[in-house]
Design a protein around this ligand. Structure first.
Ligand code: NAP
Length: 248
């Protein structure tokens, strides 16, 4: 009998959870616990870390998990590494749903960098209005360039002081090209720092930057472990043994 563990926190994981619930398969949805009010899922849900790869391997055995689906965000590399190690240790089949990264179009003005430190270095020295479209746990290094007027956008209001002065937008989205254009125009944004998440949900800001001719400092994905990857929920449903869902 199938009893899957979905490592979630993404729109792909939510779509998969809905498909699994519709199909009547057994599964547990796992959130990392980064947002205060994560979306309800139609599956039993747990929240918070497992305690590294060993903790996850223990959890897999204890809960008699038969399949693990790593549907985490492409920048959640630690979780993905732990999932690969835990599945290897416990002999559990693992699959990843991985979005295709955004590709630079000819009229994009991207500066592609490997990590957050290189993104800080790539910002100009002269004061500019910068939209930091990255998670709150990655903003501290931008304190090294305090001359800029930063706009941040978070799902939850920040707890405690930020490491530098910034305008904070609290919003869960979804963001459209229109709303991103308006936000960038109203705030006079001149630079954008983004991570190459890929997928449709987060790409409106990239389209808006292109339309406005703004430079984007694009942080590439971290290295992810070797594992089998699929792009669609339907393929994962088939992998879980539910053939009827193909094409859904
Ligand atoms: P990360 O750096 O790879 O993970 C750090 C630790 O958090 C992991 O080692 C694990 O703790 C715990 N963790 C992460 N995801 C978990 C999950 N789904 N279930 C249980 N524990 C989890 O990950 P992150 O970048 O902080 O992302 C955390 C979560 O937010 C992920 O579920 C991800 O899909 C979601 N998310 C992230 C981003 C992003 O920009 N990174 C964007 C959207 C959604 P233990 O070692 O103790 O097991």
């Amino acid at each position: 009998m199938t009893r899957a563990l979905i490592l979630g926190g993404t729109s792909e994981a939510n779509l998969l959870a809905a498909a699994i619930a519709r199909a009547g398969l057994e599964a547990i949805y796992s959130y990392g616990g980064r947002t205060r009010n994560p979306a309800d899922q139609p599956l039993p849900t747990r929240v918070g870390g497992f305690g590294g790869a060993n903790g996850l391997a223990d959890y897999i055995r204890r809960e008699a998990i038969t399949h693990v689906v790593d549907a985490t965000h492409p920048f959640a590399a630690e979780m993905s590494r732990n999932a690969a190690a835990a599945c290897a240790a416990s002999g559990t089949p693992l699959i990843a749903i991985e979005r295709v990264p955004w590709a630079k179009a000819t009229d994009d003005n991207w500066i592609e960098v490997a990590d957050v430190a290189s993104a800080v270095a790539a910002l100009p020295e002269n004061r500019a209005r910068v939209f930091l479209a990255i998670g709150r746990q990655h903003i501290a290094p931008f304190g090294a360039k305090p001359q800029h007027a930063y706009t941040l956008r978070f799902v939850d209001p920040p707890e405690g002081a930020l490491p530098f002065d910034a305008d904070v937008i609290v919003s869960r989205g979804p963001f459209t090209l229109q709303s991103e254009l308006e936000m960038m125009r109203t705030r006079g944004i001149e630079w954008i720092v983004a991570r190459n998440s890929g997928g449709e949900g987060a790409r409106a800001k990239i389209d808006a930057a292109r339309a406005l001719g703004l430079p984007v400092i694009m942080i590439s994905r971290p290295p992810l472990p070797e594992r089998t990857r699929m792009e669609s929920v339907a393929e994962v449903m088939q992998w879980l043994g539910h053939r009827a869902c193909l094409g859904a």
